[in-house]
Design a protein around this ligand. Structure first.
Ligand code: TGC
Ligand code: FAD
Length: 395
C-alpha cells in the first residue's frame, strides 16, 4: 500500500521560492500525482513508456521549459529544476524523457541551430507533437565520447553519415535525432565533432530497442544505426563546431538531473517515514521509535536538505549566467549518490515490504543506478572536479 506524498521542507526553503516557482512546483506535483503515480508501477513492470502523457506535458509547458520563445514556457532555471524534481519523484524514466527532449534536443537546436532549424523544430518539440533523441554515446565510447567513430562526409549539398550509437533514450520514438559525428575531409575543420539533425525516417537510419533492462523500464532506450544516411547540408547545426557543444548540452541535462535526484530521494524518505510510524515491532511500538531507524531517517533528511541547497544555489547561479560546468558536476554527482543512498536506507526500513512494487523505493533504486551512470558516471564527475581543483586531468 503506497502512501500519499507529504512534501519535504525541513529547512523552510519554500520561503526562498517565489510565488511563480511554487506555482510551477504545484502544477508539476499535481500532474505527477494525478497522471503518473496511478500507472507507473504497471508501466515499469510491463517495460512501457507512458506515451499518453506526452501531450499533457506539452500543454503544461514542460518541454524546453527554460527556453524563450518558439512556444516554450520561458521558465527560470530554478522553475525548470522544480519540474524535474517533481517528475523524478514520480519516476526517473519520465524525467529522463523530458530531460532529453528539453536539454539534449531543444537546447542544441536553440543554441546552435539556424533560424530555419529553430522555426521548423522548436514549436513542434515544445508541444510534444515531435519527439527527439540525442546520439552521443557509442558501443565503444561512453565516458570518452571524443573517441567516437561515427563519421560525416560532405557530398555536394548533402552529408552522408555512418556509425552506431548506443544507449539512446527515446531513440525508437524520436522524429529527429541529434547525431554527433566527426567530419571527414582535409584541412581546417576536418575530424571536428559536429552535430546533425537527422530525421529518423531517412533511408539508412534504424533504431532498435535495448531490452532486458532492470532500470528505467518506463523509458525507451535504443541503439541507432546510421548506414549511408544522407541529410541536406542545411541539417548541420551551424553553431556546434566541436565536442564542446555536445558537452554544453550535457550541462543542461546534468543540472536537471541534480534536481530530479532530490525528487526520487524525497519519495523514498517520505515512504520510509510514513512506514516507520505505522509499522510496529517489539512491545507493540512503531519502529520509528527505535534509535537505529531514527538515525537512518535523520541521515536522509539531512542529505536531502543539503542537496536542495546545492541545486537551488546552482540554479540561482545559472539564472545569473554564472554557473560553471564544475558546479553542475558537483550537484549531479552529489545528489545522485545521495538519492541512491536514501533509496537503500529507505528500502532497509521497509524490511521485506521494501522489495515489492507496493512501494516505489526499489523502482527508484533500480532507476538511480542508471542515473548514476548516465550523463557522466559518478567517477567521471569526480575526475572533472579533480581536474578543476588541481588543473591536472586524470582521465
Ligand atoms: P576536454 O578536452 O576535457 O574538453 C573539450 C572542451 O570542452 C570543454 N568542456 C566543457 N565545456 C562545457 N561544458 C562541459 N561540461 C565541458 N567539459 C569540458 C573543455 O574545457 C574543452 O574546451 P576547449 O575550449 O579547451 O576546447 O574533452 P575530453 O574529451 O577529454 O572530455 C572529458 C570529459 C570526461 C569531461 C567528457 O568527455 C565527459 O563529460 N564525459 C562523460 C560523457 C557523458 O556524460 N555522456 C553523456 C551522454 S548523454 C546521456 O547520457 C543522456 S542520459 C538521458 C538523460 O539525461 O536523462
Ligand atoms: P564506460 O565509459 O565504459 O565506464 C565504465 C566504468 O569505467 C564506469 O564506472 C566509469 O566511471 C569507469 N571509467 C571510465 N573511464 C574512466 C577513467 N578514465 N578513470 C576512472 N574510471 C573510468 N547516451 C547518449 O548519448 N544519449 C542518451 O540518450 C543516453 N541515454 C542513456 C540511457 C540509459 C538508461 C543509460 C544507462 C545510458 C544512456 N546513455 C546515453 C549513455 C551514458 O551516457 C553512458 O552509459 C555513460 O556516459 C557511461 O558510458 P559507458 O556506459 O560506456 O561506461
Amino acid at each position: 500500500m503506497a502512501f500519499k506524498f507529504q512534501g519535504f521542507d525541513f529547512l523552510h526553503l519554500d520561503s526562498s521560492f517565489s510565488e511563480d516557482e511554487l506555482l510551477v512546483r504545484r502544477t508539476a506535483r499535481d500532474f505527477v500525482e494525478d497522471n503518473l503515480i496511478p500507472i507507473i508501477e504497471d508501466c515499469f513492470r510491463e517495460g512501457r513508456f507512458p506515451r499518453e502523457l506526452v501531450p499533457i506535458m506539452g500543454e503544461l509547458g514542460f518541454y524546453g521549459a527554460n527556453l524563450q520563445g518558439y512556444g516554450c514556457a520561458g521558465m527560470s532555471n530554478v522553475e525548470y529544476g522544480l519540474v524535474m524534481q517533481e517528475l523524478e519523484r514520480g519516476d526517473s524514466g519520465l524525467r529522463s524523457f523530458v530531460s532529453v527532449q528539453s536539454a539534449l534536443v531543444m537546447y542544441p537546436i536553440y543554441t546552435f541551430g539556424s533560424d530555419e532549424q529553430k522555426n521548423r523544430w522548436l514549436p513542434a518539440l515544445a508541444t510534444g507533437e515531435k519527439l527527439g533523441c540525442f546520439g552521443l554515446t557509442e558501443p565503444g565510447f561512453g565516458s570518452n565520447p571524443g573517441g567516437m567513430t561515427t563519421r560525416a562526409s560532405r557530398s555536394g549539398d548533402e552529408y552522408i553519415l555512418n556509425g552506431e550509437k548506443m544507449w539512446i533514450t527515446s531513440g525508437e520514438i524520436a522524429d529527429v535525432a541529434v547525431i554527433w559525428a566527426k567530419l571527414d575531409g582535409e584541412g581546417e575543420g576536418s575530424d571536428a565533432v559536429r552535430g546533425f539533425l537527422v530525421e529518423t525516417g531517412r533511408p539508412g537510419f534504424s533504431a532498435h530497442g535495448v531490452h532486458g533492462k532492470w532500470s528505467l523500464r518506463a523509458s525507451v532506450t535504443s541503439g541507432l544505426t546510421l548506414q549511408d544516411v544522407r541529410v541536406p547540408a542545411a541539417n548541420l547545426l551551424p553553431g556546434a563546431t566541436s565536442l564542446k557543444a555536445a558537452l554544453m548540452c550535457l550541462n543542461q541535462a546534468r543540472y536537471g538531473i541534480s534536481w530530479g535526484a532530490i525528487g526520487a530521494a524525497m519519495s523514498c524518505y517520505d515512504t520510509a517515514l510514513q512506514y516507520a510510524k505505522a509499522r510496529k515491532q517489539f512491545h507493540n511500538l512503531p519502529i520509528a521509535g527505535h534509535q537505529i531507524v531514527q538515525e537512518k531517517l535523520v541521515w536522509m533528511a539531512s542529505e536531502i536538505s543539503k542537496a536542495q541547497l546545492l541545486s537551488l544555489h546552482v540554479g540561482r547561479l545559472k539564472d545569473a549566467d554564472a554557473a560553471g560546468h564544475q558546479h553542475i558536476s558537483m550537484a549531479k554527482r552529489n545528489n545522485v549518490w545521495m538519492a541512491l543512498e536514501c533509496a537503500r536506507l529507505a528500502r532497509d526500513i521497509l524490511g521485506a515490504n521494501g522489495i515489492t512494487e507496493d512501494y516505489p523505493i526499489m523502482r527508484h533504486m533500480m532507476n538511480l543506478e542508471s542515473v548514476k551512470t548516465y550523463e557522466g558516471t559518478h567517477d567521471i564527475h569526480t575526475l572533472i572536479l579533480g581536474q578543476h581543483l588541481t588543473g591536472i586531468a586524470a582521465y
